[in-house]
Design a protein around this ligand. Structure first.
Ligand code: SAM
Length: 280
């Protein structure tokens, strides 16, 4: 047992395991055993972790339904010299999880807010996806309703950075189906399931090989998608030199534009506009 003691009037924001309890850091262990209270999303869930650690800290419930009300009481406690830790059911608090009210209120009150870095499903997924993770976009959960989800996916389809979403097991097949509609066949997709748990699974491949029916509708998922290829700006003269002879030979505008896209790497929009202008 460490003799480390939490600082008074300090809020620690503590990442906890997303599956494997051994992923809890030594420092997180010290904090959770030393603070006055631990604010948890689901106290029944966190009680098991606290028992595993042998922590006697007072458990306080902080979820979306009571965040505003409970935050005031926790802030008063911190101001009077207590130390507190914020955890969620799994992973890093505030990342698609509650806690924003408490962190914002603590910062407003000039209370020290100290991060305890650790597990986070989207970061773990990116680390094994095999896609560019130097810059990425995290969308959290997409809308649950199909039309809104498809609209959002249509917007994301043009995103040039790698992007990632969380998805519930009962919607994972519908999401995969939507990806097949919205993305090009050769776009790389990675889905990871149950990271750091017994049935951990990672699938990587192009959209055309993504088979919704073969994804188990069980467990926790992160889906990571390769960004759209950067549009290559083709000069008008190059497009004209390519499109002109085709149009003169009687090739239709749409077909000529498609050929320019495939042969020159022009966007369909740019090639179509140029072909139309030449035709006129
Ligand atoms: N705060 C958490 C974090 O830092 O990752 C995320 C909380 S969010 C409410 C829960 C979602 O995270 C799950 O529905 C799933 O999409 C993803 N997730 C959590 N644990 C996971 C795991 N072990 N493997 C894959 N995805 C996981």
């Amino acid at each position: 047992m460490s003799d480390w003691t939490a600082e008074p009037s300090t809020l620690y924001v503590v990442a906890t395991p997303i599956g494997n309890l051994s992923d809890l850091s030594v420092r997180a262990h010290d904090v959770l055993c030393s603070v006055t209270w631990v604010a948890a999303e689901d106290t029944r869930h966190t009680r098991k972790l606290m028992a595993h650690l042998g922590s006697a800290a007072n458990l306080r419930s902080l979820h979306r339904g009571n965040e505003a009300r409970t935050t005031s009481a926790l802030i008063r406690s911190l101001r009077s010299g207590a130390s507190g830790a914020l955890v969620s059911d799994a992973g890093t608090p505030l990342v698609s999880d509650p806690g924003r009210w408490l962190v914002e209120a603590a910062l407003r009150e000039g209370i020290a807010v100290v991060p305890l870095p650790g597990p986070c499903a989207v970061v773990a997924a990116l680390s094994v996806a095999g896609l560019d993770a130097a810059r990425f976009v995290f969308e959290g959960f997409l809308p649950a309703r199909a039309p809104a989800r498809r609209r959002r996916l249509a917007e994301l389809a043009g995103e040039t950075r790698t992007w990632a979403v969380y998805e519930a097991p009962h919607r994972i097949r519908a999401l995969a189906q939507d990806l097949k509609v919205e993305l090009e066949a050769d776009r790389q997709v990675v889905w990871v399931r149950e990271l750091s748990k017994q049935h951990e699974q990672v699938w990587r491949g192009p959209v055309e090989e993504l088979d919704p029916e073969r994804i188990p509708e069980l467990g926790e998922f992160v889906v990571v998608v390769e960004g759209a290829r950067e549009e290559v700006g083709i000069p008008d003269e190059t497009l004209d030199a390519f499109l002109g002879p085709l149009l003169e030979a009687g090739v239709g505008v749409r077909t000529a534009a498609a050929l320019a896209r495939d042969c020159l790497g022009a966007t369909h929009k740019a090639a179509y506009a140029r072909a139309l202008a030449l035709k006129r």
